[in-house]
Design a protein around this ligand. Structure first.
Ligand code: C2E
Ligand code: CA
Ligand code: CA
Length: 536
């Protein structure tokens, strides 16, 4: 029953009682009173009883009414509290994820009727998780409260602030479209305020904010989509850009962001489907002995034959495969194909493969690689693993153990892109590499850049000192080749010797040069001895 109805019923009982008493009881009261003061008027017992009953009913009705009033008040209070809890964040008192959309939509509608626009700000605290982990949740809550207070303190009147969860907030305010610069001032103040150290229990906790901004100005107000949701989505995309740009700053949404993210999403899905579908294929780049000009092997370079977009370069898909945790699957499928291709080549030709730092973190990496070699019956001494300097910043102990165990199986290890990382000469001495590859950045402009020449000279003498052969990547012209040869003996690769090409082209080229494996050699009888671990 509605509380208003209950109110009315309670009140009705009391009013009815009063009317009954007034209508019927007035003469009775008079008789009753006169019987009390005069003995001439004997008390009519029935009337007296009726009067007492009336009074009792009146009191009862009144009490019932008061109870109902109280009950209704309590219920109202409870409903109010439940609504507040449902609509707000219990810690900060801000709106929550469920309610921001409606509040924002109302603000957008109100703004439209007054010629204003609305700006939405998505605010994410940087490094909050770290302080939460280090100082505990109680301190984390205090940080959130203080950050909320500071953000609120700079927002204009009638702004919206919602906590969307964790350390993420959404704010919105109306603004005059002729004064967009006011938004930059506002968000700068938010950044400034949040970045001031937050003192809790004499600890100075540093958090900053990354803010994404989007306005209704560029939205189609007549579109049937929910403007509030779209606006928040745009601000969210911009916030991720702010994070990527280095935190403690802000970014405006721009439409190309959305296209970029859609492209990224397409690539992620494409990689997931493309690996089992065999869309990733090995290409091969020649490796040459520069002194003799002889072909000594190939570096395998991954390519993606994307059904929609054609051939995609590894610089685009390798980092994504790393981020989405598929680099090992991808790499293994490529190596498996490459081993089959290379098994048909002249056995003197080597195969180099690039390995991501993420794969090196896998404690089973060596085992998995040996298993692939075993399955393809490919001799380990023909395989060269290229790891980049950046691997050395990870756990150097793990890398050293891995390199040692791979070398014990006969696999060779090259340090790729040398010169771009920061590996010290001391590290180079302690890690048992088989060769160094000079990054193409220093090679390709060797004939025109004095600094490159100095670096190549230094690396060359380092290689001599450590007894390590050196491969120069990125030889594009005969001028560079001639210049390079002045600094010593190198192996080399680059577009001067041809662009990387697919397995069929390489096979045809090797067939032309009589560099395929002797067909008389039966792989079944020419098995290479593999250690037991390989089959694990
Ligand atoms: P990288 O290992 O340094 O490979 C050499 C890159 O230089 C290749 O680019 C190659 O096409 C390019 N290149 C070769 N010669 C020349 C030249 O004369 N001039 C110029 N300007 N460039 C030349 P690509 O194939 O696009 O590969 C880029 C990077 O992607 C590779 O750099 C490697 O780090 C990575 N990558 C390729 N395949 C794989 C893979 O299977 N796994 C992993 N983890 N990374 C891979
Ligand atoms: Ca490489
Ligand atoms: Ca390289």
């Amino acid at each position: 029953m509605a509380k208003a109805d209950k109110d009315l019923i309670g009140l009705g009982i009391v009013v009815a009682m009063i009317i009954v008493i007034i209508a019927n009881g007035s003469s009775v009261i008079a008789d009753f009173v006169s019987s009390l003061i005069s003995d001439d008027n004997p008390r009519d017992k029935v009337l007296s009883a009726a009067l007492l009953l009336n009074v009792a009913l009146l009191l009862f009705g009144w009490r019932r009414y008061m109870d109902l009033v109280n009950e209704v008040a309590q219920r109202r209070h409870a409903e109010e509290a439940a609504r507040t809890i449902a609509q707000t964040d219990p810690l900060t008192g801000c709106l929550n994820r469920r309610t921001i959309d409606n509040a924002l939509q109302s603000m957008i509608t109100a703004a439209q009727s007054t010629g204003h626009e609305v700006v939405a700000m998505m605010i994410d605290l940087d490094h909050f998780k770290r302080s939460n982990d280090v100082y505990g949740h109680q301190t984390g809550d205090a940080v959130l409260l203080e950050a909320t207070r500071r953000i609120r303190s700079v927002l204009p009147d009638r702004s919206i602030i919602a906590r969307l969860g964790g350390d993420e907030f959404a704010c919105a305010a109306m603004y005059d479209p002729d004064h967009v610069e006011a938004i930059d001032r506002l968000v700068l103040r938010i950044n400034e305020q949040v970045a001031r150290p937050i003192i809790i229990d004499s600890l100075a906790i540093a958090v900053t904010a990354s803010v994404g901004l989007a306005t209704t100005n560029c939205l189609d107000k007549n579109a049937s989509v929910n403007l509030a949701t779209t606006l928040l989505h745009h601000a969210d995309l911009a916030m991720y850009q702010a994070k990527k740009a280095g935190r403690n700053g802000y970014r405006w949404f721009d439409a190309s962001l959305e296209a970029e993210l859609r492209y990224r999403h397409e690539l992620e899905c494409g990689i997931r489907k493309g690996i089992p579908a065999g869309e990733f294929v090995p290409f091969y780049e020649k490796q040459i002995d520069l002194d003799s000009g002889a072909l000594i092997g190939f570096e395998m370079l991954a390519r993606w034959r994307n059904p929609r977009r054609g051939l995609i370069s590894p610089d685009i898909f390798i980092p994504i495969a790393e981020e989405i945790g598929l680099i090992s699957d991808l790499s293994e499928s490529l190596i498996r194909q490459a081993l089959i291709d290379a098994a048909a080549w002249d056995p003197r030709l080597t195969l180099s493969v690039n390995i991501s730092p993420i794969q090196l973190r896998d404690p089973w990496f060596a085992q998995r690689l040996l298993k692939l070699l075993h399955e393809a019956n490919f001799p380990p001494h023909r395989l060269d693993i290229e790891i980049t300097e950046s691997c050395l910043h990870e756990n150097i102990g793990v890398v050293r153990t891995l390199i040692t165990s791979l070398r014990n199986q006969g696999i060779r290890i090259s340090l790729d892109d040398f010169g771009t990382g920061y590996s010290s000469f001391a590290q180079l001495r302690t890690l048992p590499f088989d060769q160094i590859k000079i990054d193409r950045y220093f090679v390709s402009n060797l004939d025109s850049n004095k600094d490159s020449a100095t670096i190549i000279e230094a690396i060359s003498s380092l290689g001599k000192g450590l007894g390590l052969p050196i491969t120069a990547e990125g030889i594009e012209t005969s001028e560079v080749l001639a210049e390079l040869r002045k600094y010593g003996s190198f192996k080399g690769q680059g577009y001067l010797y041809g662009q990387p090409s697919d397995a069929q082209s390489v096979h045809a080229m090797l067939a032309n040069q009589d560099l395929l494996r002797e067909p008389s050699i039966d792989p079944a009888t020419s098995a290479y001895p593999f250690p037991q671990a390989a089959a694990a």
